[in-house]
Design a protein around this ligand. Structure first.
Ligand code: ADP
Ligand code: MG
Length: 445
């Protein structure tokens, strides 16, 4: 009825469209009590006094006419005068926002995690922690090689807790993010910034820190993490940590950390066996809606053994190749598509393609974006970092880097590398990110 009433006022008083849009349209009815109608006037758009003077009477008359209400009285209020009844109740955030705020990948849940002999102990421990945070094992320390499912399992725990307890505060960070945030805070150099940082990391119920190996040796980050750890642990808050190695093999880990990491439970994820690899490929096939020849799946499972990320990447590569060549997905096509990845009896070499894929994953962008021409900073920076790392780690010639990165010419590559080299000098965050990436790409260094 409200729209109808406004329209009548408009026609009867012969208002222009612009007056109508400016003064009447923004009004909303807050409540009707007896003969008193309370109307909210949005504060930015219109002046309450003016509206009241000019439109109160016309509105009262029309409301009475349309609704039959006697002696209608209008009470105009501003949004800030709306009684804060609803607002006072604790705001329950939607699951989605909470997942986003906790920095979680929606695909990494227990439901999509395939359990095999290589990870069943880790999965069970993770589920126990997810069911009783702070009570089961604290901290939970998960270790294993690259691409074996540590991050997936950590996100699963976080999702589970968020889904089952609407009040719990869950925070997932990589140790690189923790470091960069701390660098930023220290650079700001004031106490409020530091207080804020500490509040953020200490007023939570569950903290997950991924790839802790990257803070080893960074003095101030270690120190801060140590205090964060103690503060959370002594308050009975859950801590979950991942690393590429068990604490006892982390050479320069200080004893105080080693002992703390061993307080709870340490679990590992090892290489998946053939059955698990098959199961993971089938799960991926199902999730992506593919229907792939069983021979092809077996071929991939037989030949890619050391990294689940590569296992999944192989399917993607085969499907992309088939689409590009408009061919049927069969064994012959798979062999062709994967000839660079599957080279039997050859020890793994770091190629520009590998570096590019690691950079893409690290920044959560697609490899295609790095090849392509998008110019937003979310893509440009990672693209330049990829150029820089190809040069730095394996001394790829500029021309070849250009070829691998969507056929860019060598001056573009030179410019990109130059830019990173310059920025790295003054930007500690960038420096830390590059160091982290170098270690990810070549753990031996
Ligand atoms: P890590 O953190 O150990 O390097 P990730 O958790 O990032 O490894 O896993 C790499 C990829 O493999 C991810 O896409 C992940 O979803 C997938 N993956 C790993 N383990 C499993 C599993 N058990 N079931 C299904 N997918 C898995
Ligand atoms: Mg990971």
């Amino acid at each position: 009825k409200w729209d109808e009433i406004l329209q009548i006022v408009k026609t009867e008083h012969d208002l222009s469209d612009v007056s109508f849009k400016t003064w009447l349209k923004p009004l909303t009815v807050y409540q009707v009590e007896g003969n008193i109608v309370t109307i909210i006037v949005p504060s930015e758009q219109v002046g309450l006094n003016y509206i009241s003077k000019k439109y109160k009477l016309p509105l009262q008359v029309t409301i009475s006419e349309v609704t039959g209400m006697e002696n209608c009285e209008i009470n105009f209020i501003l949004p800030e005068d709306v009684p804060k009844k609803e607002a006072a109740a604790p705001k329950v955030q939607s699951q989605d926002t909470r997942c986003e705020e906790a920095h979680l990948n929606p695909k990494y849940t227990f439901d999509t995690f395939v359990v095999g002999s290589n990870n069943k102990f880790a999965q069970a421990a993770a589920l126990a922690v997810a069911e009783s945070p702070g009570d089961a094992y604290n901290p939970l320390f998960i270790y294993g090689g690259a691409g074996l499912g540590k991050t997936h399992l950590m996100h699963s725990i976080a999702h589970f807790i968020i889904d089952h307890d609407e009040n719990s505060k869950v925070l997932y960070v990589t140790s690189e993010e923790f470091t960069n945030e701390l660098i930023e805070t220290i650079r700001n150099g004031n106490n409020t910034a530091m207080t804020k940082f500490r509040e953020k990391y200490r007023n939570i119920d569950v903290l997950l820190v991924d790839d802790i190996q990257f803070i080893i040796g960074k003095e101030s980050t270690q120190e801060e993490f140590f205090h964060t750890f103690n503060s959370l642990h002594s308050a009975g808050k859950q801590i979950i940590i991942s690393s590429d190695k068990p604490p006892k093999d982390m050479e320069i880990l200080e004893e105080r950390f080693r002992s703390r990491f061993e307080w709870g439970l340490i679990v590992d994820i090892t290489l998946p066996d053939y059955e698990t690899r098959m199961a993971i490929l089938h799960k991926k096939e199902e999730m992506d809606g593919y229907d792939i020849n069983e021979e092809v799946i077996k071929y991939i499972a037989n030949n890619i053994k050391s990294n689940i990320r590569e296992l999944e990447g192989a399917i993607n590569k085969v499907m992309a190749f088939a689409k590009l060549e408009q061919r049927e997905v069969n064994l012959e096509l798979a062999e062709q598509a994967l000839k660079d990845i599957i080279s039997p009896n050859e020890k793994k070499v770091i190629t520009p393609e590998y570096i590019i894929s690691m950079v893409a994953e690290h920044f959560d962008v697609s490899v295609e974006d790095l090849y392509g021409n998008k110019r937003n900073s979310k893509i440009v920076m990672p693209r330049q970092i990829a150029m820089y790392l190809c040069r730095e780690i394996i001394s790829t010639p500029l021309k070849s880097i250009g070829k691998c990165l969507g056929n860019r010419d060598h001056t573009t590559i030179m410019h990109g590398i130059d830019k990173i080299e310059k920025e790295i000098v003054s930007d500690d965050n960038l420096k830390n990110t590059i160091e982290t990436l170098k270690k990810k790409i070549n753990p031996q260094t």
